[in-house]
Design a protein around this ligand. Structure first.
Ligand code: ATP
Ligand code: MG
Length: 180
C-alpha cells in the first residue's frame, strides 16, 4: 500500500484543482518558504480525520478553505482526495485502489467519501485503525513532534518507539484484558 496521488481543490493555498503524484519509495517536496509544502501534509492529515483546527494551523476548520488572494476570490468549499494503491490489500477493503475524500463547505457542512460513495468519518477511521495511518499515529511527524521527542523523558520516548513499532496496540489490549 502506498499513497499514489493527492488531489486538492480549494484547500488552503491550492485554489485550483491540483494533483500531486507519488511513486513508491521516498519523495521529497522542496520549494521556497510559504509555497505550500506543509499544506500538503495538512491535507493528508485532514482527509485521515483530523478534527482539530489548531492542528491544521487555523482558528476554525473553515480556515482550510482557500480564502482568496489579490487576483482570486475565495472558494466556497475545500475538497481533498487521497488515492492509495492497495494492490497488496494492506487496507482491509476489497479494492486495488482506495480513494478517500473529505469536503468542507463554508457553512461548516462536511462530507466524507470512500471510493466516491458517501460514508461516515467512522468508516474511514475504522479502515485505517491499527494500520499506523491514524490521527494519533506517528505516520506524520511534525517539527513540533521532533522537539517533543528530543525533550521528552525516557519513558515517554519509549512510548513513541512502541507506537512506531506497532507494539502500543498490544499493550493497550493487554491492559483492557487484565481489567476485565
Ligand atoms: P515553510 O518552508 O516556511 O515551512 P511551506 O511551503 O510549508 O513553507 P505552507 O505553510 O504550506 O508553506 O503554506 C503557507 C501559505 O499557505 C501561506 O502563504 C498562506 O497564506 C497560505 N494559506 C494557508 N491557508 C490558506 C487559505 N485558507 N487560503 C489561501 N492561502 C492559504
Ligand atoms: Mg512548512
Amino acid at each position: 500500500m502506498y499513497l499514489k496521488r493527492i488531489e486538492l481543490h480549494g484547500f488552503k493555498s491550492f485554489a485550483d484543482k491540483s494533483v500531486v503524484e507519488f511513486m513508491p519509495g521516498i519523495t521529497g517536496i522542496v520549494g521556497p518558504n510559504g509555497c505550500g509544502k506543509s499544506n500538503i501534509t495538512d491535507a493528508i492529515r485532514w482527509v485521515l480525520g483530523e478534527k482539530s483546527a489548531k492542528a491544521m494551523r487555523g482558528e476554525t476548520m473553515t480556515d482550510v478553505i482557500f480564502s482568496g488572494s489579490e487576483d482570486r476570490k475565495a472558494q466556497g468549499e475545500a475538497e481533498v482526495t487521497l488515492v492509495f494503491n492497495n494492490e497488496d490489500h494492506f487496507l482491509d477493503f476489497n479494492s486495488n485502489e482506495i480513494e478517500i475524500t473529505r469536503r468542507l463547505y463554508r457553512t461548516g457542512d462536511s462530507e466524507f467519501l470512500l471510493n466516491r460513495e458517501q460514508c461516515r468519518l467512522k468508516d474511514i477511521t475504522d479502515l485505517i485503525m491499527d494500520t499506523g495511518l491514524g490521527r494519533d499515529s506517528l505516520s506524520i511527524i511534525s517539527q513540533n513532534n521532533i522537539n517533543e521527542f528530543v525533550k521528552s523523558k525516557p519513558e515517554d520516548r519509549r512510548a513513541m518507539f512502541e507506537e512506531a513499532a506497532g507494539v502500543a496496540k498490544y499493550k493497550k489490549r493487554k491492559i483492557e484484558t487484565v481489567r476485565k
